[in-house]
Design a protein around this ligand. Sequence first.
Ligand code: FAD
Length: 368
Amino acid sequence: NKEYDYLIVGSGLFGSVFAHEANKRGKKCLVIDKREHAGGNVYCEKTEGINVHKYGPHVFHTNDENIWNYVNSFVSFNHFTCNTLANYKGDLYNLPFNMNTFYQLWESITPDEAKEKIRSQIAELDLKTPANLEEQAISLVGTDVYEKLIKGYTEKQWGRPATELPAFIIKRLPVRFNFDNNYFNDKYQGIPVGGYNKLIEGLLGTIETRLNIDYFENREELNALADQIVFTGKIDQFYNYQFGQLEYRSLRFEQETLNTDNYQGNAIINYTEREVPYTRVIEHKHFEFGTQPNTVITREYPQEWTQEKEPYYPINNTQNNQVFQKYQDLAVKETGVIFGGRLAEYRYYDMHQIIGSALAKVAAHFND
Ligand code: FAD
């Protein structure tokens, strides 16, 4: 018998939930992470007394009462609701598209006026089958919303003109004909009081966690330590890229401390014109209603992904999905290794989905 029952590679939400649940069932776990901190992409760093979301802004939301109760058993959540704004050439618009946005765009007072405006713009174009993302978006919301609030942002996000992006990226666009600015429709929403690190600390508790350790640099040694492995890193790397690399879109963050207590009056403001190189500005203190004398902001720039850069968003096109399927076929045959999380499953997951998937894998694994 080896020293540990489980070696958990990655201390993000997936690894932390699995470790917590295995530990609760009397199993001995060792968690490792190649970063210098635990928590994966939900990790926050304190600066000026403010929890700075180091890997992009994170708002917890779910419709699942069990998952909401689960996270609240480790930390309580505040009543933050995500209300995002768009800045287009110096004018502000509420998001997601709702009656406030339509009033700002066209001074539409009633839902009927706004609907008519959108309908006439769509009709004018007479698009039968949208051939690309641009046509798809216009066929859903008309030209004004598209030109001012979608086009530039999307082109920055993907690094390509909207006419060269496939239509399927946008299946539907949420349009509301009421004055509700709440970004999410979910029943539960909030930010952990004291930040996301509290959630991770609650999950990991006293479980042994070693940082600054890359699994692939110590693979044999680490494998020898535990009976089973929970792997939450990149699945293509696990198999030495034998079928090729899975592609991602990356991000770059520029952080700045400002000598003012309130820079933009909101946690997230999107910049939707193509000419501004970043897609959004995050003012972190607003997630927790902070009253600190200074503020910390982050400008988020999308960028091409290369092996040295953080893999943020999987590019789930046909080509990549086919490659993933080959790795997946090997993974299901693997004994003693459980694959989970966004990198091993090559899928974008929200936090509540990751927790749900970790709990489901735990239940299946322990037969409970
Ligand atoms: P990760 O958090 O990535 O954890 C994986 C861990 O494994 C990392 O710590 C990594 O360092 C470690 N690791 C990888 N390879 C190795 C290795 N070889 N050796 C050792 N360690 C390794 N979700 C929401 O619900 N709401 C939001 O508002 C939201 N906003 C987001 C914004 C952005 C910009 C992004 C990118 C994601 C957002 N998400 C949001 C999604 C959320 O971040 C994920 O659901 C969640 O963090 C995934 O957890 P994970 O454990 O799967 O992966």
